[in-house]
Design a protein around this ligand. Sequence first.
Ligand SMILES: Cc1cc2nc3c(=O)[nH]c(=O)nc-3n(C[C@H](O)[C@H](O)[C@H](O)COP(=O)(O)O)c2cc1C
Length: 181
Amino acid sequence: MKVLMISGSRNPQGKTATMAEAALRGAAQAGAQCERVWLPEMKMERCRQCDEAGWGDCRAKGSCVIEDDFAALVTKIRQADAVVFATPVYFGDLSESLRAFTDRLRRITRHEAGKAGIVGKPALGVSVAGGSGNGSFFCADSLNKTLSTSGFEVRDSVAVRRQMMDLKAPSLEAGGRALGR
Ligand SMILES: Cc1cc2nc3c(=O)[nH]c(=O)nc-3n(C[C@H](O)[C@H](O)[C@H](O)COP(=O)(O)O)c2cc1C
């Protein structure tokens, strides 16, 4: 059993990582092997909206024409049994790096070839608002929406306000345990 964590934070010791690690701790307790990926370290362009109508090759082929780290990360998702998506809350929404990745992911999954190994895969969303704490619910909803559009079976999309981290950690651990089973 493999659980992949994809983080849109650039701080492996930060608040987003702390909450994502709670979920991974649970997954590991259930016997899963966990791998971590930090999107800001990767080369991940935004969607080019290739043709005039706003679509592109992705619609016809289920893959993206941009040659960066996108395809390799999609392969990692396909090889995993479950995925934890974690993001710091920026402006009440996903971080730019996670947005860039999920925007392209939902496009390739319009095609059968792109859906392979993604549709029906269990996913857990973690959105961490580390400033005022505002915007966590909108961000969690936005993450749920984009992951659902890509076809993941979103088990939960957890909104974490800075002030509630200690309270939310045990439930994320339990969520991770359920994912890792
Ligand atoms: C550009 C930017 C926008 C932010 N917007 C919000 C926000 O809307 N609400 C909030 O509570 N915190 C906001 N923050 C604070 C981040 O949520 C906080 O830095 C993050 O949770 C820390 O995660 P990390 O430790 O993984 O970097 C913002 C931070 C940045 C850099």
